[in-house]
Design a protein around this ligand. Structure first.
Ligand SMILES: Cc1cc2nc3c(=O)[nH]c(=O)nc-3n(C[C@H](O)[C@H](O)[C@H](O)COP(=O)(O)OP(=O)(O)OC[C@H]3O[C@@H](n4cnc5c(N)ncnc54)[C@H](O)[C@@H]3O)c2cc1C
Length: 430
């Protein structure tokens, strides 16, 4: 029997006789797609979840893998493992390359996956503001592979500096430029500073890792633009205390293998980290629509594609016309749960819920292992208490009990000892 024939799985997981269950296809098992899939777990429908990776990734903690504080498996979990108990759900590993809207099928290479209702939740990718050539000169952070590649480059820079006879090259190797002062850039810069000043401090003989230069560049006038100004100022002070140099109000004008240029200033560096811009996945092209802000697919207030009530687009890939939302995990999760409710209501012949409404529970960012800023709107927290709130929130939202326990133990260990449990250089031999 073909994988995608119309059959209803029994509750034991075995495939039952053919049925008239509608086919729901979810593309992407990130925050949005997974929320939709888990909320549809009990609906009488054939659910197919397609992802090009076999794991769900908790992106907010990628920077901790990149800076050798956590291991990849701490922040990722197999999609099959997460959805394995849902008898109505199949998981398909493959990269979607298009959608045949008229034929109601998702294209996965030369395979066609038919659908009656489709949810697209394929997230975002990096954007270089029209300078795609900068991609080759910078490191970005979207996937586990990106994080381990960044960890490798950072740790290798210290190794090569230890081995270098050339003072200028040594300085270049020990200079790290983080481009983008949003939460990812702030968190990366803070973690890098701690890696250099504390965790690696005694590991080398010829170089002093504590002299490493970490420069954070933000084109806007302040860090963490989505936070209140007072919290941006707290974050800036905390980073300066960690020895991070800030360049605010100036954008990069050049990135190459030897460093970055910011207007008239040249910073020689072997490690440029890109945390500045994202664009939506190419779903707008698949659907043949004119993309909105950041390449997003314009959708209505019920998150469906105008004129196509059978197609929903959610999370970082979607933009509600007239009501843009930030590209954050809670938006994607709430939208995933919402479209599941719409689909379930249609299936049950009930009235669909009203338009999607985002509940903003607050904004969090951490700076190293002692500081964080938390903005709940009605309450703002800084310092250690904010760090605790941030830690509990992130552990709570991690998928799977094992991950939560592993990360709690790793963090506690790292906190008490300044240790770096995952300080491994992986990849080809040197
Ligand atoms: C480094 C980093 C740090 C972040 N920190 C935070 C934070 O602290 N707090 C916060 O709220 N948000 C944070 N975000 C943003 C947050 O991760 C996103 O807003 C959220 O993941 C969006 O969810 P999504 O479901 O739209 O997409 P994603 O979670 O990105 O999921 C997209 C899924 O689609 C799959 N996919 C993509 N293309 C294809 C294809 N062609 N075929 C098949 N599958 C495909 C991907 O493999 C992935 O599994 C961070 C993001 C990054 C990159």
């Amino acid at each position: 029997m073909g994988l995608l024939e119309r059959t209803a799985p029994s509750t034991t997981g075995a495939v039952a006789a053919s049925s008239q269950w509608p086919r729901i296809v979810i593309v992407g098992a990130g925050f949005g797609g997974l929320a939709a899939a888990t909320h549809l777990g009990r609906v009488d429908a054939e659910l197919t979840v397609v992802d090009r990776r076999n794991h769900h990734l908790f992106q907010p903690l990628l920077y901790q893998v990149a800076t050798a504080a956590l291991s990849p498996a701490d922040i990722a979990a197999p999609i099959r493992g997460i959805l394995g108990r849902q008898a109505n759900t199949r998981v398909l590993l493959g990269a979607v390359t298009g959608v045949d809207i008229a034929g109601r099928a998702v294209l996965v290479g030369d395979r066609r996956v038919p659908y009656d209702q489709l949810v697209i939740a394929t997230g975002a990718r990096d954007s270089y503001f029209g300078h795609d050539e900068w991609k080759a000169a910078t490191l970005d952070l979207k996937t586990i592979e990106d994080a381990t590649a960044m960890r490798r480059r950072i740790l290798l820079a210290f190794e090569r500096a230890e081995d270098s006879e050339d003072e200028a090259e040594r300085r270049r190797l020990l200079t790290f430029v983080v481009i983008g002062g949003g939460p990812t850039g702030v968190e990366l810069a803070g973690a890098l500073a701690e890696l250099a000043r504390a965790a690696l401090a005694r590991d080398f003989r010829r170089i002093d890792p504590t002299t490493a230069r970490i420069v954070l560049v933000e084109a806007g006038p302040r860090l963490l633009a989505s936070f209140p100004e007072s919290l941006s100022a707290v974050a800036a002070r905390a980073l300066r205390r960690l020895g991070v140099e800030l360049r605010l109000g100036i954008g990069v004008t050049e990135c190459d293998a030897d460093g970055a240029t910011l207007g008239h200033e040249r910073i020689e560096s072997r490690t440029l980290i890109w945390a500045a811009g994202v664009a939506a996945s190419p779903a707008a092209t698949w659907l043949g629509v004119t993309p909105g802000r950041g390449g997003r697919v314009p959708v209505g207030r019920d998150l469906s594609l105008p004129g196509h009530p059978e197609i929903f687009v959610i999370g970082d890939t979607a933009e509600i016309v007239g009501s843009p939302l930030p590209g954050v995990a809670p938006v994607a999760k709430q939208q995933g749960a919402y479209v599941a409710r719409v689909i379930a209501a249609r299936r049950a012949g009930r009235l669909a819920p009203g338009p999607f409404r985002y509940r903003d529970y607050g904004n969090l960012a951490t700076i190293g292992r002692k500081e964080a800023v938390v903005d709940f709107g009605w309450l703002r927290l800084t310092g250690r208490i904010a760090w605790l709130v941030w830690s509990v929130a992130h552990i709570y939202y991690l998928i799977g009990f094992r991950n939560r326990m592993a990360i709690a133990v790793d963090w506690l260990w790292s906190y008490l000892t300044y240790g770096r449990g995952a300080r491994l250089i992986t990849g080809p031999d040197q």
